[in-house]
Design a protein around this ligand. Structure first.
Ligand code: FAD
Length: 369
């Protein structure tokens, strides 16, 4: 029988919530510490590909996931100015090929489904990790509100600005990729853009997609070069004028969406070169904390989900945490590093290409040796 641990997960984001679900189902006592005071519908849209939806299906969450988002019928790539169709992906064919759907959500709706899988009290809100001290057999965690906790294992699922990573390996901000992403939502509008379309200019793009099956919420996310002149790498409020100044030469159909945009924010795209190790002593990282990547491939959350599954499997399979963390990193490193590099190149779905290596991966069964 595998050893059961007290596990502290820092961060109730994409990877942290799924890791807690996996670990609790395996019988570990898992608590999630989240800095936000409550579950907030922050962010905007998120695309989730078959390598992630396969995990939700295998966990019995397919029905809830389907209700929370949309399965688009088609995905298009078009030229930014003429609207010329570069290629089309019939999404139902993806389902047939990979045995799992492509879906889009509001990030908050997806987070809520993951949160609801956990017993009440699993997530402690308002707990921002300040410090962490490792002893041979356990770890002491201190939070900014004065609370503290003990755990056998700590999982740093605290995102791109990870405090756990800083404590383990020192302060080193992520790298600015040189591009910003404007994110915006349009609710209950008369606009009916085509399902999931990416409009490509040589150095910029605009991606437009619905986040609900009712098609009453449209998400807009972009990529464009821009110096980042602010003191930190936190998202900033932005305006329709900013959008029009950057994408004013895009197709008329895009202009209509830009003009209707609300809740507009501007995000610096952050990344790191692949690094190792991902763990030290009894603490280990997952998701953006260890391999932040640009959003161009729409795989950041996907990588956090896959990490969560593989890490939980390793903790269950290998009784020594140090061995479990090594097996986890060696099972995951090459794949996440390739995603980081390919995403950086920003060519994904510009033309038809082999997507099997991304979408065909099964975190539930991948070899751990
Ligand atoms: P997160 O989901 O960021 O969660 C980290 C959590 O830790 C947060 O809840 C945070 O509040 C908490 N936290 C942070 N510090 C502390 C602390 N000290 N103490 C306690 N809690 C803390 N990915 C996709 O797969 N598909 C997409 O379509 C997509 N689009 C994107 C578009 C843009 C513009 C951007 C910027 C990203 C996009 N991503 C996309 C990437 C995706 O959002 C991230 O890769 C993903 O959320 C990473 O998951 P995570 O669990 O590692 O971290």
């Amino acid at each position: 029988m595998s050893k059961k641990y007290r596990i502290a997960v820092v961060g109730a984001g994409m990877g942290g919530l799924l890791a807690a679900t996996m670990l609790q189902r395996a019988g570990h006592a898992c608590t999630v510490y989240e800095q936000a005071p409550r579950l907030n519908k922050v962010g905007a849209g998120i695309n989730i590909a078959p390598n992630s939806t396969r995990i939700f299906r295998e966990l019995g969450l397919e029905r809830q996931m389907q209700a929370a988002g949309i399965r688009p019928r088609l995905k298009f790539s078009r030229a930014w100015n003429t609207g010329e169709l570069l290629f089309t992906v019939p999404v139902p064919e993806m389902q047939e090929r990979y045995g799992a759907p492509f879906q889009a959500f509001h990030r908050g709706a997806l987070q809520e489904v993951l949160y609801r899988t956990l017993p009440a009290g699993t997530v402690q809100f308002g707990r921002r990790l300040a410090q962490m001290t490792q002893q041979p057999d356990e770890v002491h965690l201190d939070f900014e509100d004065g609370a503290s906790a003990m755990a056998d294992i700590v999982i740093g699922a605290d995102g791109v600005h990870s405090r756990v990573r800083e404590i383990l390996f020192g302060v080193a901000p992520a790298d600015y990729h040189g591009l910003v992403a404007y994110r915006a939502l349009i609710r209950n509008s008369h606009l009916r853009p085509a399902d999931n379309t990416k409009w490509w200019a040589p150095d910029r793009y605009v991606l437009v997609y619905y986040t609900t099956e009712a098609r009453d919420e449209i998400n807009l996310v972009t990529g464009s070069p821009q110096p980042w002149t602010h003191g930190d790498y936190q998202p900033r409020p932005a305006s329709v004028d900013d959008l029009l100044a950057t994408f004013g030469d895009f197709h008329e159909e895009v202009q209509e969406v830009l003009k209707a945009a609300t809740e507009i924010t501007c995000w610096p795209m952050l990344e790191r070169d692949p690094f190792s190790p991902w763990s030290s002593g009894r603490a280990v990282l997952l998701g953006d904390a260890c391999h932040p990547t640009t959003p161009h491939m729409g795989q950041g959350a996907g990588m956090a989900f896959e990490d969560a599954v593989v890490l939980a499997r390793c903790i269950d399979e290998f009784p020594d945490p140090g061995v479990a963390f090594q097996r986890y990193e060696s099972a995951r490193y090459a794949r996440t590093a390739r995603i980081q590099r390919d995403s950086h190149a920003n060519e994904w779905t510009k033309k038809d290409m082999d997507a099997d290596w991304v979408y065909g991966y099964d975190a539930m069964t991948v070899a751990l040796e």
